[in-house]
Design a binder for this molecule. Structure first.
Ligand code: AMP
Length: 156
């Protein structure tokens, strides 16, 4: 099994309802499911206008679930909540980012993991720290991310 961490955001419609329903779906993907507090944040990136509701969850998934397959599942779930894509960083019913995929670094044309903006977004790293028991401060998270990005195995 590997533990994956997902960041969810919603800024259109019944945000609490959308996030709660999406979490109920994600819970079915594996075991040991855990969810952070709900975090309300101002729009980021200069395009979206609405307040966002953000949450981070973690779940243990089977090793055979590739990061690509996980992204497919996340994008299917976004579609279910009528997510449209026109502009980057625009308001959206549901956005799901793969923040961490075990201790693995992924860099393909579809995916960059760890997600590159984790430390720049307080609405991501604060809820992430709530569910990521291996780090308890932004600094320790920064060090962890540096290790993962360096490709060196991280022994704890
Ligand atoms: P977004 O607009 O945030 O939904 O992201 C759009 C694209 O970002 C997706 O189609 C993915 O291919 C790509 N992407 C790259 N890295 C990630 C990641 N870690 N999690 C989710 N999407 C990612």
């Amino acid at each position: 099994m590997k533990t994956v961490y997902l960041g969810l955001g919603s800024s259109i419609g019944d945000k609490e309802g959308i996030i709660t329903s999406a979490l109920a779906e994600i819970e079915k993907w594996g075991s040991n499911f855990s969810v952070s507090s709900f975090f309300y944040s101002k729009p980021w990136g200069g395009v979206a206008k609405n307040m966002f509701l953000n949450v981070v969850c973690s779940i243990d998934v089977v090793d055979t679930l590739s990061s690509d397959a996980l992204l497919d599942m996340a994008q299917l779930l976004e579609k279910k909540f009528l997510r449209t894509r026109t502009l980057r960083w625009e308001d959206r019913t549901l956005d799901i980012d793969i923040l961490l995929y075990g201790d693995e670094k992924v860099c393909t044309n579809r995916l960059v993991i760890p997600h590159p903006y984790i430390l720049e977004r307080d609405f991501v790293y604060i809820p992430l720290l709530e569910v990521f028991s291996r780090c308890d401060t932004k600094e320790s998270l920064r060090m962890y991310l540096e290790f993962v990005e360096s490709g060196v195995e991280y022994g704890m």
